[in-house]
Design a protein around this ligand. Structure first.
Ligand code: ADP
Ligand code: MG
Length: 161
């Protein structure tokens, strides 16, 4: 994918309440305005990269880009699981992400246990890949140093290296 690494930023909105948090894997949703600006060559599936909330620390993340059942699968959604334990929710705050690499396409699962196991294996893969020097250096990218306005639903897409 030529667009990787891809940087984007937006205000965290409520998702579909599918209970991701109850599974121990909360996923922060981006608003449609961010989804609509994704380049065409960023396909659906699971990605890994870096994420930070407002001006906080930069953490590893896994992200799912998929078809949103709420809109009868006509609209994509972007959901980010930050690999970090936060003190509370961060709805309304600004999530900045660097999508660095692709793990796998979307797929169906026979059971909830199988889905959870797959996400845990995605998380392990993300942790290992992001320790590679070429990926670690993206943590230092100026994208993460630009100050974030929490009042605006700010989108800064298309930051390329
Ligand atoms: P929703 O359906 O509203 O997206 P989730 O159960 O997926 O609900 O929980 C997502 C919310 O949990 C995020 O919007 C964020 O406010 C909060 N959250 C807390 N910790 C994390 C984390 N490590 N990664 C992503 N979101 C988190
Ligand atoms: Mg969610």
């Amino acid at each position: 994918m030529r667009s990787l690494p891809y940087f984007c930023r937006g205000q965290v909105v409520r998702g579909f309440g599918r209970g991701s948090k109850d599974l121990g894997i909360p996923t922060a949703n981006f608003p449609e305005s961010v989804v609509d600006t994704l380049p065409a060559d960023i396909s659906t599936g699971i990605y890994y990269g870096w994420a930070c909330v407002d001006n906080g620390d930069i953490h590893k993340m896994v992200m799912s880009i998929g078809w949103n059942p709420y809109y009868k699968n006509t609209k994509k959604s972007i959901e980010t699981h930050v690999i970090h334990t936060f003190k509370g929710d961060f709805y309304g705050q600004i999530l900045s992400v660097a999508m660095v690499g692709y793990i796998r396409p979307e797929r169906g699962f026979e059971s909830l246990d199988e889905l959870i196991a797959a996400i845990h294996s995605d998380i392990e893969e993300a942790k290992i890949k992001l320790d590679l020097p070429e990926h670690l250096k993206l943590k230092e990218h100026h994208f993460f140093k630009t100050s974030v306005s929490t009042t605006a639903n700010q989108i800064l897409n298309g930051h390329r290296l």
